[in-house]
Ligand binder design. Sequence first.
Ligand SMILES: CN[C@@H]1CN(c2cccc(OC)c2)S(=O)(=O)c2sc(S(N)(=O)=O)cc21
Ligand SMILES: [Zn+2]
Length: 259
Amino acid sequence: MAHWGYMTTNGPSTWGKDFPIANGERQSPIDIVTTAAEYDSDVLGSNALSTNYTPESEVKLVNNGHSIMCQITKKGVLTGGPLGKDEYRLEQFHLHWGAEDNRGSEHTVDGKMYASELHLVHWNASKYSSFADAVQKPDGLAVLGIFITPGVACNQFKVISDNCGKLKTSGAEMTVDTTLDPTLLLPSNTSDYWTYLGSLTTPPLFESVTWIVFKEPVEYSKEQLLALRNLVDSDGNHMQDNYRPPAALKQRKVKKTFT
Ligand SMILES: CN[C@@H]1CN(c2cccc(OC)c2)S(=O)(=O)c2sc(S(N)(=O)=O)cc21
Ligand SMILES: [Zn+2]
């Protein structure tokens, strides 16, 4: 099969050919039905989700043909909440977005799509020796999902949006000599989230992700969203609508930390 992507010829509806797990029991993203989510108090209190990220001293950006990715080099740890005592290390973050503001997120909330969704990808460093070792394990990865809505500019995201013009084509990489604190990419409220067991939302679609999707969206400016839409993908088309639609929930329960 031609390399997977998001066009009619190689998009999400075709992925099952090369990646049969696409129709598996714990695929992502999903539509979060807020009334069906179960409040789970034990992910609160002492066991609250906690992030301890070290600001990057330089920022490594990659246009990987499907998204814009920032490779993390510093030690950043996510633990608590549904992750218990296991420490998950931040490996990279990337985004998914639409051609217009009315679509672009992967997870939806009662059918509502946001303009974009930021993913901070972590691997279980308490149990596995590397990202590659963890990526296929059922408790190998944890991804923070942050909804993005058009509004005021996100200053911390400027280092990415201001450099998209230099990362237009697939395979382009650059290192920007500036600091970036991943903590500042998170919403102010990180206590209220939904969590469930799922998968990578792109091939190879491994069912190895504990998803943590924050209720509170963050704002990016129109210009910052436009910068993403001007990127070019591995087929030479504008990188837009690079989101997988929701998969079946099957026998899963979504938990929430708020009433
Ligand atoms: C292209 N897929 C992304 C890159 N990855 C990747 C890189 C190398 C190997 C590999 O599997 C063998 C996976 S990844 O695991 O960092 C993730 S996580 C993720 S998402 N949307 O579910 O958060 C997308 C990708
Ligand atoms: Zn993603």
